[in-house]
Design a protein around this ligand. Structure first.
Ligand SMILES: [Zn+2]
Length: 183
């Protein structure tokens, strides 16, 4: 008996729509060429979703979402992390390549003032920007430069001084500095 492939194919939904909808189309079903296209489309989807999220975050904090601020935000705000201005400059310029050091510093300063990131001074002259703005402290290894979070519940402060009239408590940031034992 003759197989009637054309009938089955004719009933198949538009292939382009399938490719655009990653929830109903599995990458493993595609050939190599199609899979590469699929991956690019997925990256594009994820990037445009992240871009929208960053624009919304900036707007919520009263920051005008210029292209460079959004590019920087996309590198910075996609997860909880600690990063120096120089590290971020390198990361941003690896993809877009036209952001100056001054723009990075100004943007990080603006983000910090607007509460989008927290600036942590780990030692004299070394500032780290923290995207986790919830209350927590830090453990800093002066030998390796590694910075780790300490849950605020793990480190309590007692005996705060009398603040006097006109002042109220805003927060305490503690950096516990450690170094590697010798021998
Ligand atoms: Zn942190």
């Amino acid at each position: 008996m003759e197989l009637k492939w054309p009938r089955i194919v004719a009933g198949f939904p538009n292939f382009g729509n399938f490719l655009r909808n990653r929830r109903i189309f599995c990458a493993e079903d595609l050939g190599n060429h199609q899979r590469r296209g699929y991956t690019r489309r997925m990256d594009f989807d994820i990037n445009s979703q992240l871009r929208r999220q960053v624009v919304a975050q900036l707007t919520q904090r009263g920051i005008t979402p210029t292209r460079q601020r959004v590019d920087i935000g996309m590198r910075l705000l996609d997860r909880d992390r600690h990063v120096t201005a120089d590290q971020l400059l390198e990361e941003v310029n690896r993809s877009s390549g036209d952001v100056s050091r001054a723009t990075i510093y100004n943007t990080l300063g603006l983000f910090a003032r607007k509460g989008l990131v927290r600036e942590v001074v780990v030692e004299a002259g070394k500032h780290v920007y923290d995207t986790n703005t919830a209350a927590h402290h830090h453990l800093y290894n002066v030998d390796t430069g590694e910075l780790q979070d300490i849950d605020s519940e793990q480190l309590r402060v007692s005996g705060l001084p009398d603040l006097g009239a006109g002042l109220c408590f805003d927060g305490v940031d503690i950096v516990v500095r450690v170094r590697n034992k010798i021998g």
